[in-house]
Design a protein around this ligand. Structure first.
Ligand SMILES: [Fe+2]
Ligand SMILES: [Fe+2]
Ligand SMILES: [Fe+2]
Ligand SMILES: [Fe+2]
Length: 415
């Protein structure tokens, strides 16, 4: 399958930024700015195109494990979003593990693991020069500076404080050669390249969004990681995208999709709820009845999915398969209120699979529904004009008699 992987990572990073914003207060496009700073400074140290692309990819994914870390801590009774008790090393370890499934061009071992290491050895793993990869040191520089100074805006006064800060932290937080290179390269005017309006253009000019051929195995591996990151946003839905993707692959075989189309459909399934990353977890997990405003905030996840995936080069068709999963044939769905004429076979199929998956999933507050009962609900929705009845009957054919969800599967249907 041919895709522009870097463009996919840039889009995915927008979702990750929402999570980092909730925990650490970073601003929109934070990961893109970290990628831009790291790769621009890296260029001064002789990195070539594919190395800069790998560096940017790691920068975009530097906090990919925050959702998993936050949920793991919640399982242990620590709500890090409220307590602020944050063990920095844990998301580095988990994030490094996830990165192993990402098809980088070269070796990026220990980059995400050591993205919080300080030059003076006071980072979470106490590493020093010689032990910290160049990419990790450059990501650390961009990450720390953008977190403190929010480069979406720049003023003369802020710039003076930034220069003072970098000088003060040289040899402590930052290695002197990279700190000096940053100050040389990023003069006051250059920050205009990183405003919310300018950053996408700066990125496009710096990184050719060429499409590369990836094997189905590679796509299955990295998209499964994406699904896992998305599912960890809420404990209610911890295996929803993973479960949906597995069913998407199974039904693709049932319909004899060729391998290319099966891979694309699987990828769309893993990403269908990426917009959930933008929704406040306290709303996603609210135990009480939702207010109308909270309900529409949850529904907005489908719009966020569409908006995030829209930016992936060559993803237009798959964006529809992914983001229209709450649309209904009779126009009663969301976010666009599309109708039968707008919804092709794959979009209808994803919508049916999403509801089926949500119903049969086990969640902290409910058991998974038996297949027959779930199909009866889908059937009723089809008869009311919302779903495609032929597809519902195919789901019955394909999944009837199969075992229920694996034990421990947590689910989500509303999202
Ligand atoms: Fe981090
Ligand atoms: Fe960050
Ligand atoms: Fe959804
Ligand atoms: Fe879903």
């Amino acid at each position: 399958m041919k895709i522009s992987f870097i463009s996919m990572l840039f889009a995915f990073s927008c979702g990750l930024d929402y999570v980092e914003r909730d925990l650490l207060g970073v601003s929109t496009h934070h990961s893109k700015r970290v990628a831009y700073i790291a790769s621009q400074v890296g260029g001064l140290f002789g990195l070539n195109g594919s190395q800069k692309s790998d560096l940017a990819g790691c920068a975009l994914l530097h906090d990919n494990a925050l959702t998993e870390y936050i949920q793991d801590e919640a399982d242990r009774g620590n709500n890090v979003l409220r307590t602020g008790k944050n063990d920095v090393s844990r998301h580095c370890i988990l994030g490094e593990e996830h990165a192993k499934s990402i098809p980088f061009f070269g070796n990026v071992g220990n980059v995400i693991l050591y993205h919080h290491e300080n030059a003076d050895g006071t980072g979470p793993f106490g590493k020093r020069a010689g032990e910290i990869p160049l990419y990790a040191a450059l990501i650390h520089l961009g990450d720390q500076l953008d977190s403190v100074f929010h480069f979406s805006t720049m003023t003369d006064e802020k710039y003076r404080r930034l220069v003072d800060f970098v000088r003060k932290e040289t040899g402590k937080l930052f290695f002197s050669e990279y700190a000096e290179a940053f100050l040389d390269l990023f003069g006051r005017q250059k920050f205009s390249e990183m405003t919310d309006q300018a950053i996408d253009g700066s990125i496009t000019r710096s990184f050719p969004m060429f499409r590369t051929e990836y094997s189905p195995e590679q796509v299955f591996a990295f998209s499964s990681v994406f699904a896992r990151i998305i599912d960890y946003k809420s404990r209610f839905t911890r295996e929803h995208s993973v479960g949906l993707a597995a069913k998407a692959a199974a039904i693709a075989d049932y319909y004899h999709f060729d391998l290319e189309k099966k891979t694309a459909f699987y990828l769309a399934a893993t990403l269908h709820d990426i917009g959930k990353l933008a929704v406040d977890v306290n709303i996603l997990e609210k135990p009480d009845r939702l207010t109308p405003a909270e309900f529409s905030a949850i529904q907005e996840h489908a719009w966020h999915s569409y908006r995030i995936l829209r930016d992936i080069d060559g993803f237009r068709k798959m964006n529809g398969w992914a983001s229209y999963h709450h649309e209904k044939l009779d126009g009663s769905g969301y976010p666009f209120g599309l109708t039968a004429v707008d919804l092709g076979f794959e979009e209808r199929l994803m919508a049916c699979l999403d509801i089926y998956q949500a119903l049969v999933e086990k969640r902290p507050y409910k058991d998974g529904m038996p297949h027959d009962k779930a199909i009866a609900i889908l059937d009723k929705m089809a008869k009311q004009g919302g779903l495609d009845g032929d597809i519902v009957s195919d789901l019955n054919d394909k999944f009837g008699g199969m075992c229920a969800e694996p034990t421990g599967a947590a689910l989500n249907g509303e999202v």
